[in-house]
Design a protein around this ligand. Sequence first.
Ligand code: HEM
Length: 325
Amino acid sequence: MEITHFSFLSFCTVVLFSFVPVTSASLSFNFYAASCPSAELMVANTVRSASSVDPTIPGKLLRLLFHDCFVEGCDASVLLEGNATERSDPANRSLGGFSVINSAKRVLEIFCPETVSCADIVALAARDAVAIAGGPLVQIPTGRRDGMVSLVGNVRPNIVDTSFSIDEMIKIFSSKGLSQEDLVTLSGAHTIGLAHCSSFSGRFQEDSKGKRSLVDSSLDSIYANELMKKCPHGASPSITVNNDPETSATFDNQYYRNLINHKGLFQSDSILLADDRTRKQVEDFANDQQLFFQSWSQSFLKLTILGVKTDELGEIRKSCSVNNG
Ligand code: HEM
């Protein structure tokens, strides 16, 4: 593993990165130092200005990375438009942040044409989104290349659904080289962002008159009533609620406190408190934000380098939504 530009890396990050498997030797920290020295700054500025106009952007960018990296690796396959690409899967229809990635790419194509990959922009933008929301700024390596394959059929087998059991979630994470601890840590992403009513409607049941009641006893009843009010019968499919009912715009450890208070929005969140294998980590993070941030920095780094394509395995797209062809 070749790592360059050690100067601004912490020792711990170097050690961690050295042990994380990467498919090729050509990812490195500040990969664009010679070819496009301001690349990271340009992405950060684009994310910052978009987020100042629209505060929902950080959540969208963070989820976009997750859905990119879990399907075909972190290769911007999620950005490709067309018939039966990953974007057509229902799990991806509520993704957002594409316009921010495209804006960053447009700026980069002016200053550094055909140099910076869309896959790197997605990873850097998610990293910056977390920092802008108050979370840790994680140094990540760059040099990912853009994939040429994006198939709707690859989404379902690789993306976790809110109805999954803890075993099913652990299994998918483990198939990516991510541990049970990474699952608990990365689920902390739900400390920011939004969810559509349909994504947690399974926690309620509806009688023939459209009256809804809680079927999921693991949810706090007052919180459940608030959710039902926000998502009434026949509500517009565009209605959203905050993932974190307390500090929705801030990347903090409130997600874990919410879990302890039985206010995890998705069943897949609540389960992390309910299961003996994951409860202790939830409690530790709820009590210690620094511990969560340290763990986040490590797990996030692992997420950003899943199945990356380098060298001839990928390309540098000119436009993020289409292959160069
Ligand atoms: C572990 C299993 C996970 C499940 C089942 C899950 C599921 C979901 C669902 C259903 C939504 C709501 C989508 C919508 O209705 O628009 C959501 C939102 C979100 N998820 Fe996850 N997620 C998981 C893990 C992750 C991970 C690992 C990350 C990132 C590291 C992440 C980041 C986000 C973010 C930031 C949002 C808010 C998106 C926005 O504001 O538009 N999630 N997730």
